[in-house]
Design a protein around this ligand. Structure first.
Ligand code: HQG
Length: 172
């Protein structure tokens, strides 16, 4: 479901609207599942990646899209003073140069606690946790969004707002 609702809906001939919504009946028939199974995934998915609309006729991914033309209608809101980003050592020198970039996704993804950031970083190897001075960025006019499932999103985190301090001994 992540593949078709975030990245490649065309793989099963699915259409998403401009806000990333797919028609539930269309998804069910194209994925060959039933409504109960879909409801189970939405309710029990470990990261609450998907949401229905109010009457459960539409479904979309809450964040993580690589599709460029999906507008999730996120509102700019004040983030906590510090947010965290889990990554791995091989990216650190590039992140020092350019800051955190969205790479293939629509946003840079930030976590509200270190534990979540460790999980995110560990997908790629030994996690390194960067702390981001999000409150200061917000005061300077950077926009922040919080997805339906509690992931903090922004467009770019310049290096000057990232604390690399704890990790300097690990960086070659
Ligand atoms: C790195 C998963 C070089 C960045 C997770 C990351 C998250 C840079 C990778 C969500 C860089 C991008 C997002 C720069 C950033 N130079 N590397 N300037 N700036 N990077 O997967 O944050 O399971 O697009 O550190 O749990 O790892 O999909 O982003 O390692 O919530 O729901 O480039 O995806 O959630 O990787 O993960 P990603 P992410 P889901």
């Amino acid at each position: 479901m992540s593949l078709v609702l975030r990245h490649r809906p065309e793989k099963i001939g699915l259409k998403l609207d401009e806000n990333g919504w797919a028609d539930v009946q269309e998804l069910i028939s194209k994925m060959r599942i039933n409504f109960k199974e879909l409801e189970y995934v939405v309710e029990n998915n470990d990261k609450k990646r998907f949401s229905f609309n109010d009457d459960k006729t539409k479904i979309r991914a809450n964040q993580g899209h690589s599709l460029k033309n999906v507008d999730l209608e996120l509102k700019n809101i004040q983030p906590p003073n510090f947010l965290f980003h889990g990554t791995v050592g091989k990216f650190i020198s590039a992140i020092k140069d350019t800051g955190l970039l969205k790479m293939n996704r629509q946003h840079v993804h930030l976590s509200k606690d270190r534990e979540t950031a460790i999980k995110v970083g560990s997908r790629r190897g030994k996690a390194i946790i960067l702390s981001v001075r999000a409150g200061e960025m917000y005061k300077k006019g950077f926009e922040f969004y919080c997805s339906e499932n509690g992931v903090w999103l922004t467009d770019h985190v310049p290096s000057e707002y990232i604390d690399f301090r704890n990790f300097k001994n690990k960086i070659k």
